[in-house]
Design a protein around this ligand. Structure first.
Ligand code: RIB
Ligand code: CA
Length: 321
């Protein structure tokens, strides 16, 4: 099987940082670019963080492009951790790489058209608000033909929302974009809070990344420690989820997950804007194009993240890997 060509659309974000490093340490996928969207933090900070993380990975050949600075329609909201802003210099070294001048949406359109022409379809790993992806889809009807899969982190179905009681942040931040993407009928793999909150990383796991992951592991451990996202009241046990990393884990080791076909939609207006709902029984009359993750092997997912972070430690020790 050829390595899927992947564009990571992201709003870094601490868990985005883990997802990007996991992807760039995984030879199973071919990351051809990173498109950045406002979400957790304003676009400028997200861009700076993306460049810092790519620089940290040693893969400054991976281009970073700027996308949407805000949602399609609703007022802009940022993540609960907006205070993160730019990752501190004391945790992640300032970026040395420049942002590519091509707009991220134009990049997505161009790559999708190339993929449609070549037949080697594109995978989009969407781990922020879906504004860039939606803008690409509405620009050109051919774009959807070039996208084989969108592997997305977003939504909440059996689980409660966390940005509001009824909505997960990525869909809450731009519900219109999410609805456009789900209406496109592009095959999707969806990692919602239902599954991302099933796998928690404790201080022990963070220490493993710090001790085995070289500079990248130390930086991730620093971010996870400084911006502790554990929530004993919500999760009932120690540790914090790494929501976005699950999308990359599916690309690398899909057998870690239990999946279920569904039709998915997102409320775009009113008090419950951003709420995601699923039709598992064909009641909407639409084809089920979304595979919704309902379960994950927690230990296997943790091991994958920690082991791939350790590859950065081997590289810096000159051990290759
Ligand atoms: O709800 C979690 C999602 O919102 C993650 O992608 C996180 O990075 C934020 O973007
Ligand atoms: Ca994110």
């Amino acid at each position: 099987m050829t390595r899927p060509k992947v564009v990571i659309d992201t709003d870094p974000g601490v868990d985005d940082a883990v997802a990007i490093l996991l992807a760039l340490a995984s030879p199973e996928i071919d990351v051809i670019g990173i498109s950045v969207v406002a979400g957790n933090v304003p676009l400028g900070d997200a861009l700076g963080n993306a460049c810092r993380i790519v620089g940290l990975s040693g893969r400054s050949d991976i281009p970073v492009r700027a996308g949407a600075a805000g949602p399609l329609v609703r007022d802009q909201v940022f993540g609960k951790y907006r205070a993160i802003g730019i990752f501190g210099d004391d945790i992640v070294a300032p970026a040395t790489m420049a942002v590519d001048t091509e707009h991220a949406v134009q990049f997505l359109v161009r790559q999708a058209r190339l993929a449609a022409a070549s037949g080697e379809l594109l995978t989009i790993c969407a781990i922020g608000p879906l504004t860039n992806v939606a803008l690409a889809l509405v620009q050109d009807a051919d774009v959807a033909r070039g996208i084989g899969h969108i592997v997305c982190m977003g939504g909440a179905f059996a689980a409660l929302g966390h940005r509001t009681p009824w909505a997960e942040f990525n869909f809450y931040a731009d519900p219109h974009a999410a609805e456009i993407v789900f209406r496109s009928d592009i095959p999707m793999i969806l990692m919602s809070l239902d599954v991302t909150c099933q796998a928690l990383f404790t201080a022990e796991h963070v220490d493993c990344m710090r001790s085995r992951g070289g500079k990248a592991g130390a930086a991730i451990a620093g971010l996870l420690t400084r911006f502790d996202r554990s929530d004993l009241a919500r999760y009932g046990r120690a540790g914090a989820p790494l929501h976005d990393a699950m999308t990359v884990a599916w690309l690398v080791e899909p057998s870690l997950f239990q999946m279920r076909p569904a039709v998915v939609g997102v409320e775009v207006g009113g008090y419950t804007a951003g709420h995601s709902y699923a039709d598992f029984h064909g009641q909407t009359g639409r084809a089920a194009k979304v595979m919704l993750a309902t379960g994950v092997a927690e230990a296997g997912f943790r091991d994958l993240v920690i082991d791939r972070m350790a590859r950065y430690g081997k590289r810096s020790a000159g051990g290759g890997g």
